[in-house]
Design a protein around this ligand. Structure first.
Ligand SMILES: NC(=O)c1ccc[n+]([C@@H]2O[C@H](COP(=O)([O-])OP(=O)(O)OC[C@H]3O[C@@H](n4cnc5c(N)ncnc54)[C@H](O)[C@@H]3O)[C@@H](O)[C@H]2O)c1
Ligand SMILES: O=C(O)C[C@H](O)C(=O)O
Length: 310
């Protein structure tokens, strides 16, 4: 297996570190446009491997796509992160060209690759990558819901004072401060509804904290988060390369599922070696479906903005 991570900044390097530690591939390429950075980080990682006991071959590449040749999975993190006070959507003007250019160059070397899109605004970048590359829909996966769900579990576990490992909780919808939908009704603690343990006010606060989880970290850090995003990316790569058939909420192209068409947005999907393999219908209630439709409208408006900048 060969995995490439494009963008060796905060998220890309953290994803690469997690991928190497988990030994998800024999060869891992880190590509960036910044001279020397990828070679330096690859060497630093390789030296850390001697301490951690894993044997992944790590290669740094300054914009040399020939080194990415034959990649099975490519994680695209290249682009600009937001600053405090900004929304993810404000990044569209800069990141659209970067993501489109990278996706096309990657496919010249790795025509069979599965692409994992991370750059923001992620749902729109996923849609853009799909339209630009014309790849089969199952090979383009936007990473957002897995991270938002991790934050949802974190806030639930904190409120309940229990292990997050005992919780099942999923966020669907757009990966935006106002568009994501933490599915509180369906969240469980060892198969029992979390509403057995938390009152409505607390559950509403958990959902609200989850939705602004990324913004809260951006305010604290001065740039957006990287540890959980990097771990989330590696978890997704793991599900692909190990053909895990794991249910992970991801942004994928809908064709009537959840009442929407021609849009990439977060829904629960089964991930395996061919990419996302099927969409699972959670049977939303009326209120959840109304929120999903509203979220889809916002993502669709963002997609429409691509025409103005492209
Ligand atoms: N989907 C998610 O859940 C999620 C989570 C965290 C961050 N993000 C997004 O991921 C992106 C990266 O965030 P970050 O914190 O790693 O930023 P960063 O600035 O630390 O790293 C971005 C890297 O991309 C590189 N880059 C820019 N243009 C490139 C190109 N054409 N080819 C190759 N590399 C290029 C830059 O040189 C830089 O090293 C941002 O858009 C951020 O909003 C998304
Ligand atoms: O918040 C951001 O802008 C980055 C990312 O989408 C996140 O959720 O951490």
């Amino acid at each position: 297996m060969k995995v490439t991570v494009v963008g060796a900044g905060a998220v890309g390097a953290t994803a690469a570190d997690n991928i190497a530690r988990k030994e998800l591939c024999e060869e891992l390429v880190l590509l960036d446009i910044k001279d020397g950075i990828t070679e330096g980080k690859a060497m630093d990682f390789a030296q850390s491997q001697t301490l951690l006991g894993s044997d992944t071959k790590i290669i740094g590449s300054t914009n040399d796509y020939s080194k990415t040749k034959g990649s099975n999975v490519v994680v695209i993190t290249s682009g600009v992160p937001r600053k405090p006070g900004m929304s993810r959507e404000e990044l569209i003007g800069i990141n659209a060209d970067i993501v489109e250019g990278v996706a096309l160059k990657i496919l010249e070397e790795s025509p069979e690759a599965i692409l994992v899109i991370i750059s923001n605004p992620m749902d729109t970048m996923t849609y853009l990558a799909l339209k630009a590359t014309k790849l089969p829909k199952n090979r383009i996966i936007g990473m957002g819901g897995i991270l938002d769900s991790a934050r949802f579990k974190y806030f639930l576990s904190t409120a309940m004072n229990v292990s997050a490992q005992d919780l099942q909780a999923v966020v669907i919808g757009g990966h935006g401060d106002t568009t994501m939908i933490p599915l509180t009704r369906l969240a469980t603690y060892n198969s029992t509804p979390v509403s057995n343990y938390l009152d409505e006010e607390t559950l509403n606060k958990v959902a609200a904290d989850t939705m602004v989880g990324g913004a809260t970290l951006t305010k604290l850090l001065g740039t957006s988060a990287w540890y959980a995003p990097g771990a989330a990316a590696a978890t997704l790569v793991e599900a692909i390369v190990r053909d895990e058939k794991k249910l992970i909420p991801c942004s994928v192209l809908l064709d009537g599922e959840y009442g929407q068409k021609d849009i990439c947005i977060g829904v629960p999907v089964v991930i395996g070696k061919t990419g996302w393999e099927k969409i699972i219908d959670f049977k939303l209630n009326e209120d959840e479906q109304a929120k999903f439709n509203k979220s889809a409208d916002a993502v669709r408006n963002m997609n429409a903005a691509l025409n103005k900048i492209g």
